[in-house]
Design a protein around this ligand. Structure first.
Ligand code: GCU
Length: 625
């Protein structure tokens, strides 16, 4: 899955064919931006009504009541009505009944819950009844942690909202649609991959569909805090002794200018009353006591109390400084080396989309056992529980939008989608100290249209959040004589460069890595993917593919190579755990799983796991400076 030679026909054609589009792309983008709908930050720190549990479901059945009408519109008078058949009625009774239909657990993908839906990719309708008792002067939202890939929501037969994107949260206001007493919600989730989707159609992971994360009802006062950013003030240079200022903003939806907002961080000696501007935003830059800074060694979190009018919210936030200095990555002014692993949101032991406390506890157990201080959450934002656990446990995170390999870079509407997802990712996690890197893509083809697209996206990320580093995982280098050259121009837009390569598995022999001369940008480099497949329990010689010993051999030669690259500041083997991928079909070896894990999907360690555990404990590969 890794094309080391960037001069392939594919890239050449792509480059020639799209040059013109590159020239007009920026102007096309201008009118493509979409306003961000309400997106509640800190929902997991509010008291909400959980709608998790059993939801009735049925698979979309064209043409009578299906989600899409024959002219491609969304049908509002089909299953969304949630009517019930009257068995004794005449010939035209409704021929479906959610109330007596089977159920799926929410959160959770449908693929691993119902064997008949294992490979299903399409539309599943969900229905759930719930009681509600309105409070005066309040607004109520349905909050979805994520749903893959497109969602269409009705409450009490009223169309509420749509959302595109399988890995980021969204909110739909239901205030006007709710009744006092019993209500119902119907959600159609379409998991179909689309050429103009993000990701597009070719992915190397399992396209788990459904309401894959928590669903809840959030009732708020008419003026409420929907967004905030509380971070250590970023000075031009970092000094630990002057780490005593917090800056950021609190946004109060529905507030007019001059509305009071209080910000309290008791342990930091902050107790401030702010006022909103005409946009409802209260900005601040406040002196604090000397702060205990967040780091893997001391993952200190502060209670941060926000309040405005009838609304209040308490979050747990860590304060730290992350920046680059030449080819070094500095955390709180100290050079660091990231010892980590990649991870898909695959649930250990049970497989399926990871979405529970249990899943997260298992994943972080593996990371602790590995002596890791870092994890790349590939290739999309994971469940918010992951960032919460990383904040608590002191694991740094690379967070990424699912812009994977080939997407429709030439289409402004696709840029708008990417920017929207980037907004959603950053908005949800900007207060999580563990997140140090925002990534805008993975392994995209090097051509002018794509480079312009991604450079705009990287700059958009910086505009949204000037306190973190921007990165991306680049495709392998190309050979130039006896050198491997990484001269992708997109690297110029990055603070940290992710370099994927599979020398010894997809390309060349493991021992060839020992003598490679790399030519890389003079920036911090993370080896953001490297490794080989091995079936856990298969043993043989170091050159026997699929044997655990072979996987170790690839890594041992990689370590020799990496120790010769001075600007490498992190190891991110692909991947912590084997994961489902329909493209991996060698019987008895893959059986539908990508086997590059250091662990099998049922948590069994391969020899390579112990190699990294020892390497990380001894810090024997790579240097922070
Ligand atoms: C690529 C890609 C991964 C994929 C991996 C592989 O680098 O980023 O998503 O799973 O290679 O081929 O195993």
């Amino acid at each position: 899955m890794n094309d080391l030679s960037l001069t392939s026909t594919r890239n050449r054609n792509c480059r020639n064919g799209l040059l013109l589009a590159a020239l007009c792309l920026p102007t096309l983008i201008a009118h493509a931006q979409q306003p961000l709908k309400t997106l509640l930050v800190g929902v997991d720190r509010r008291s909400v009504t959980s709608l998790n549990g059993d939801w009735h479901y049925l698979v979309d059945q064209p043409p009578a009541r299906s989600l899409y009408t024959s002219d491609g519109k969304i049908r509002d008078n089909g299953y969304a009505l949630n009517t019930h058949p009257n068995i004794d009625s005449g010939p035209h009774n409704e021929e479906y009944d959610f109330a007596t239909a089977p159920t799926l657990k929410v959160p959770g993908d449908w693929n691993t819950q119902d064997p008949t839906l294992f490979r299903f990719e399409g539309v599943v309708w969900y229905e759930h009844d719930f009681d509600f008792h309105a409070k005066p002067n309040s607004r109520t939202f349905l909050h979805f942690g994520a749903a893959n890939y497109k969602s269409f929501v009705w409450v009490n037969q009223k169309r509420i909202c749509d959302h595109e994107g399988g890995f980021t949260p969204f909110d739909c206001e239901v205030t006007a649609a709710l009744k006092d007493g019993s209500n119902f919600v119907v959600v159609a989730v379409d998991s179909t991959r689309e050429v103009d989707g993000i990701p597009s159609t070719g992915i190397d992971w399992f396209n788990y569909g459904g309401l894959t994360r928590d669903v809840s009802l959030v009732t708020l006062p008419t003026q409420f805090i929907d967004d905030y950013d509380v971070h250590l003030k970023r000075e031009s240079t970092f000094s630990a002794v002057s780490a005593d200022r917090l800056s950021g903003y609190i946004h109060v939806e529905g507030a007019s200018a001059g509305t009071p907002v209080t910000l309290r961080v008791p342990e930091a000696g902050v107790n401030a009353t702010l006022t909103t501007d005409a946009d409802g935003r209260a900005s601040f830059d406040l002196k604090t006591n000397k702060l205990e800074l967040w780091s893997p060694a001391t993952p200190k979190l502060y209670k941060v109390e926000l309040a405005s009018g009838q609304d209040k919210l308490t979050d747990d936030i860590g304060f730290r400084d992350i920046r680059v200095d030449g080819t070094r990555i500095l955390l709180n002014g100290k050079a660091i080396f990231l010892q980590g692993a990649n991870m898909h949101a695959e649930a250990p032991y049970r497989t399926g989309r990871a979405c529970t406390d249990e899943d997260v506890k298992n994943i972080f157990g593996f990371l602790q056992d590995l002596n890791a201080n870092f994890v790349r959450l590939a290739h999309y934002p994971h469940d918010e529980r992951m960032e919460r656990a990383a904040d608590r446990d002191g694991i740094m995170i690379w967070s990424e939008i699912p812009l994977w390999q080939h997407i429709s870079f030439e289409k402004p509407e696709v840029y708008a989608k990417a920017a929207f997802m980037l907004n959603e990712m950053i908005r949800r996690d900007r207060n999580k100290a563990s997140v140090i890197l925002w990534s805008v893509s993975n392994e995209t083809p090097n051509n002018p249209v794509r480079t312009q697209f991604l450079t705009n996206l990287a700059n958009e990320a910086r505009k949204l959040d000037s306190t973190r580093l921007i990165t991306s995982a680049l495709l392998g280098p190309h050979a130039k004589g006896d050198e491997m050259v990484q001269d992708d121009p997109f690297a110029n837009a990055l603070d940290v460069v992710g370099q994927n390569e599979y020398i010894g598995w997809y390309d060349m022999r493991p021992e060839d890595a020992d003598n490679i001369k790399w030519v890389l940008p003079q920036k911090p480099i993370l080896i953001s993917e490297f490794g080989a497949e091995a079936k856990q329990g298969v043993h043989g010689g170091k050159d026997q593919r699929w044997a655990e010993e072979q996987q170790v051999n690839v890594y041992e030669h990689q370590f020799v190579m990496i120790n010769k690259i001075p600007q490498v500041r992190g190891l991110v083997p692909w991947i912590l755990m084997d994961f489902r991928s329909p493209t991996r079909n060698i019987p008895k070896l893959q059986d539908g799983f990508n086997r590059k894990g250091l662990l099998s999907e049922d948590g069994k360690k391969k020899q390579a796991f112990y190699l990294f555990q020892k390497t990380y404990k001894e810090h024997s590969v790579g240097k922070p400076e």
